[in-house]
Design a protein around this ligand. Structure first.
Ligand SMILES: [Zn+2]
Ligand SMILES: [Zn+2]
Ligand SMILES: [Zn+2]
Ligand SMILES: [Zn+2]
Length: 264
C-alpha cells in the first residue's frame, strides 16, 4: 500500500517560484503524499503556508534523530523544508477516500468510490468508472457493485469491465439500430476513446454522431434517434398516463436536422 509521510517540527520553508525565493520559519506539519504533493501546514486555516502539487520528484533526508530535509521539484518550482529542532516523522498507509459502495469480493475490505474509480481500501482492487456512472446498491454475481450509465438507454452493469462490458451491451442494443441521414448506410457503434455512432460506409461517408446521453424515445424521419430534450423532467414523465410515440419535446440527435417538427 502507498504511504503518506508526515513530518513535524520547527522548520524553515523555502519556496523558489517565478519571482524570487519566499522563506518562512515556524512550527509546522509537513504532509508528503504518494503522488509527490508536499503541503506545509502551520497553526491556522485550511490552506498550507507553502506547497507543491504533484512534484516531479521529492528528495528526503533524515538524520536518524528525527531531523529531516525535504526538497520537492516541479518544472521551474522548488520547495525546500528543513527541520531546525524538535523534529519528528511518521508514515501511514493511505488510500483514496470516498463514498462507501460495498465490500471487496477478493479480500472482504471496504470498497469506496473516489476520483472516477471504485477501489478497495485493503487490496489493490480498482475499477475505473465512466464519468457519468451512478453506483447502485445491487451486486453483480462476481460480488462487485453494479453501476448505471445512460447511453441512449439505461445500462446496468458490473463496475468491472472484465466482467461485463459497456461497449458490448451498447453494441448489442444499438449497433445498426439507426440509419445514416447522409447515405443508405447503417450507423455502427464504434469506440475511439469514447463510444460514438459512425456510418458503416466510412471512409466514403464520414458522418458520425455522439451516442445519445439520455433516453432514446423514437426515431426521426431522417433515420436518427429522437432523444428526450434537456428541459423534459421526471415529473412530466410520471404525470403522463399513456406513453406517446415520443414526447412532444423530443429532439433529433442531429441538432441541425430539418425533419424535427416544430409542433406535434
Ligand atoms: Zn480488496
Ligand atoms: Zn461482476
Ligand atoms: Zn453515411
Ligand atoms: Zn432528424
Amino acid at each position: 500500500m502507498t504511504r503518506i509521510h508526515v513530518y513535524a517540527g520547527d522548520c524553515t520553508t523555502t519556496y523558489h517560484g517565478g519571482d524570487g525565493p519566499r522563506r518562512e520559519r515556524g512550527r509546522v506539519v509537513v504532509v508528503h503524499k504518494p503522488d509527490g504533493t508536499l503541503l506545509v501546514h502551520d497553526a491556522e486555516g485550511y490552506q498550507p503556508v507553502a506547497w507543491l502539487t504533484r512534484a516531479n520528484a521529492v528528495h528526503r533526508e533524515t538524520d536518524g534523530e528525527g531531523g529531516f530535509g525535504l526538497v520537492a521539484v516541479k518544472d521551474g518550482e522548488r520547495l525546500r523544508v528543513e527541520s531546525r529542532a524538535d523534529a519528528d516523522h511518521a508514515s501511514y498507509g493511505a488510500t483514496a477516500a470516498g463514498t462507501e459502495v460495498g465490500d471487496c469480493p477478493d479480500c472482504a475490505g471496504l470498497l469506496v468510490r473516489a476520483r472516477g474509480a471504485v477501489s478497495c481500501l485493503d487490496c489493490s482492487g480498482e475499477y475505473g468508472l465512466p464519468r457519468d456512472a451512478a453506483t447502485l446498491d445491487s451486486t453483480c454475481d462476481c460480488g462487485l457493485p453494479r453501476m448505471a450509465v445512460e447511453r441512449g438507454a439505461r445500462f446496468e452493469l458490473c463496475v468491472d469491465r472484465d466482467c461485463e462490458r459497456l461497449d458490448a451491451a451498447v453494441r448489442e442494443r444499438f449497433d445498426r439500430e439507426w440509419s445514416c441521414p447522409d447515405c443508405d448506410g447503417d450507423l455502427r457503434v464504434l469506440r475511439e476513446r469514447t463510444l460514438f455512432l459512425g456510418c458503416e460506409n466510412h471512409p466514403d461517408c464520414e458522418t458520425t454522431f455522439a451516442l445519445p446521453d439520455r433516453e432514446v424515445v423514437g426515431i426521426c424521419e431522417c433515420g436518427l434517434p429522437r432523444v428526450r430534450s434537456d428541459d423534459s423532467t421526471d415529473a412530466d414523465e410520471s404525470a403522463s398516463g399513456a406513453e406517446p410515440a415520443y414526447p412532444a419535446d423530443a429532439r433529433c440527435l442531429d441538432p441541425d436536422c430539418t425533419e424535427t417538427p416544430e409542433t406535434v
